[in-house]
Design a protein around this ligand. Structure first.
Ligand code: FE
Length: 198
């Protein structure tokens, strides 16, 4: 009954090793609990056209505004993996001709996430615009995201297939949307934002 032979000692040692490994696997989630569960959304340059004080609204486009209707939906999380109810999504963008409204708040607004951290933005597709004799910015949406307990995030989202994505050094693969056509005439995309918990 005792581990008195070399063979039995080996068995006991192996069992202890397995038990140790098992304990390590069991403890892993507890160890990981102190590390971020969600990866922070990449930041991106603010650019020169931000204006504070945009109205709170979910729809940025007027009814008769030219352009392709576009809807962006998703959820806003912290890096702790917690949804952020009431998070602010401050959006600004160019219109269908590539121009910003710098005197008013056309195509600017602050979308508020609901109780589950879900946001819905209705707008039109922005157009690319010229920044120099031979330089362009691809189509993009600008954002500032704010939520209590999180670091403010300034970023941009781009569109797959834009011919200027490859010549703009700000574009990041993780920030490229892949809109799909919905109801035959409206484009829609989904994007989860993750803010750094502080
Ligand atoms: Fe811009």
């Amino acid at each position: 009954m005792q581990a008195s032979t070399p063979g039995q000692i080996t068995i006991v040692t192996r069992r202890r090793l397995i038990e140790s490994l098992g304990a390590a696997v069991f403890l892993a989630p507890a160890i990981l609990a102190g590390t971020p569960e969600f990866i922070e959304t990449e930041d991106n340059q603010e650019g020169p056209f931000y204006k504070a004080g945009a109205p709170k609204r979910g729809s940025l486009a007027d009814n008769n505004m030219p352009g392709v209707p576009f809807e962006l939906t998703g959820r806003i999380f912290s890096t702790k993996g917690v949804a952020l109810p009431g998070a602010e999504l401050d959006v600004w963008q160019a219109d269908d001709s590539g121009a910003y409204d710098n005197s008013g708040f056309t195509l600017r607004g602050i979308v508020i996430a609901d109780d589950n951290g879900v946001y819905k933005l209705r707008t039109i597709l922005p157009k690319h615009y010229k920044t120099g004799p031979n330089t362009y910015r691809p189509a993009h949406l600008h954002f500032k995201l704010r939520a209590p307990g999180c670091k403010e995030l300034t970023t941009q989202l781009y569109f797959k297939g834009d011919r200027y994505n490859d010549v703009d050094s700000s574009v990041r693969p993780s920030l490229i949307l892949r809109p799909k056509e919905e109801m035959g005439k409206r484009l829609a995309a989904n994007f989860q934002f993750v803010l750094k918990a502080v």
